[in-house]
Design a protein around this ligand. Structure first.
Ligand SMILES: *Cc1c(COP(=O)(O)O)cnc(C)c1O
Length: 391
């Protein structure tokens, strides 16, 4: 019911709004992605790499002290323990195998904070495939450690010098490259965004998260369904993975946590579900932050991974239809949650993930509930930010 339809829509969101010159690339992918993903040989290679390279299954951990504090039962799905430190690797492994299967010899990607760039550079090194990552010139300065990581892994980082020199300009450069190199190049998109079939393909690769949650919860609680699943939403890929096998189980509440930056109505925010209106961004119809005449409003969040002006079409549909509850968390609330989680459980979460933890203070739950928080990534990358707020 919440799956994409044949035309690439989730309700009224999704589709493929692309320049005509991109049509052959996207169409090639659309025609065969499901078939390829279902091939036993593809599945075997994907599952083997998830196990032996990424380190899956990621543990489902009962957080005793957090549970006692909140008077409920909190389980943490530990995507932070994956190779490269976040969920993004699940998708890039899947897409590099897809690219190989399609005979592509060159990979391009766009990155904002550099996390998706690093995950892409990693799988390109793994497969010995050329990798070019487009990144805004401003972001290259702001995210120097990740630029070094990508170079260490053998990728070429190309600066985008147009516009605000950030993520959307890097995306434009990547699309231009793809139009010019349709034969040999695959474009690895890093979240459940972009034209159909990307949102569905990325959600399927990330769905391993909820697939594991089902048997892990069954083992630990006797029931494969939790009462509540909480995940942060930038584009929405870690949330899509955590929700995927529960979307049609109506009794499982889905909580989508967005970044409110300095406050939802402060003018510096990324709370798309509240501030967003229907429009087209990165090739799909979804909710995005835009002016009355359709110019994209620059989003703001202290966390680079949530600093995105739209949300994927699946999440626009889940929220618009009332299936998912949206919660907005400010920078300060996320910082407080990051310190609390670190000292309560000995786990330093990514700043993005800290938004999901902070949602515990905003939602209703009962003592008997089983709550799963998807721990999208680890906080090493955010230490510089945390240190400034150390107390
Ligand atoms: C990129 C990132 C996110 C946000 O991306 P989604 O596609 O919304 O999951 C969240 N957490 C971490 C750790 C990330 O690296």
């Amino acid at each position: 019911m919440y799956q994409v339809n044949e035309r690439g829509y989730y309700g009224e969101f999704g589709g493929a709004y692309i320049p005509e010159m991109l049509f052959p690339n996207v169409e090639e992918l659309r025609q065969c992605y499901v078939e390829i993903m279902n091939e036993p040989k593809f599945q075997k290679e994907f599952q083997d790499l998830l196990r032996d390279y990424v380190g899956r299954p990621s543990p489902l951990y009962y957080a005793k002290r957090l549970s006692a504090h909140y008077h409920t039962n909190i389980y943490l799905k530990r995507e932070d323990l994956n190779h490269t430190g976040a969920h993004k690797i699940n998708n890039t492994i899947g897409q590099i195998l897809m690219a190989k299967r399609l005979g592509k010899t060159r990979i391009i990607a766009e990155t904002g904070a550099g996390q998706h760039g690093v995950a892409t550079a990693t799988v390109c090194a793994l497969m010995g495939i050329q990798c070019i990552v487009y990144m805004g010139a401003v972001d290259i300065k702001r995210q120097a450690p990740n630029v070094s990581r990508m170079k260490m892994l053998g990728a070429e980082v190309r600066p985008a010098e147009s516009g605000s020199k950030t993520l959307k300009d890097a995306t434009n450069e990547a699309i231009r490259d793809w139009i010019n190199n349709p034969e040999n190049t695959h474009y690895i998109i890093g979240s459940v965004v972009g034209p159909h079939p990307y949102p569905d393909m990325v959600a399927r690769f990330q769905s391993v998260i909820s697939e594991e949650m089902k048997w892990q919860l069954k083992e630990q609680t006797g029931n494969e369904n939790p009462d509540i699943i909480i995940a942060c939403v930038g584009g929405g890929s870690n949330a899509a993975g955590a929700y995927y096998h529960y979307m049609d189980e109506k009794e499982v509440r889905l909580v989508a946590v967005e970044a409110a930056g300095h406050g939802i109505h402060s003018g510096e925010s990324a709370a798309t579900s509240v501030l967003g209106t229907k429009g087209i961004i990165h090739g799909s119809r979804t909710l995005l932050m835009q002016t009355d005449d359709g110019q994209i409003i620059e989003p703001y969040s202290l966390s680079a991974g949530l600093d995105y002006p739209g949300i994927g079409p699946l999440h626009a549909h889940l929220i618009d239809s009332g299936r998912a509850e949206a919660v907005s968390i400010t920078d300060q609330e996320a910082l407080d949650a990051a310190f609390f989680c670190s000292r309560q459980e000995g786990i330093i979460p990514a700043l993005e993930t800290a938004h999901a933890f902070a949602a515990m203070d905003k939602i209703k739950y009962s003592e008997k509930d089983v709550v799963v928080i998807n721990l999208s990534g680890r906080g090493d990358k955010d230490l510089q930010t945390y240190i400034k707020h150390l107390k």
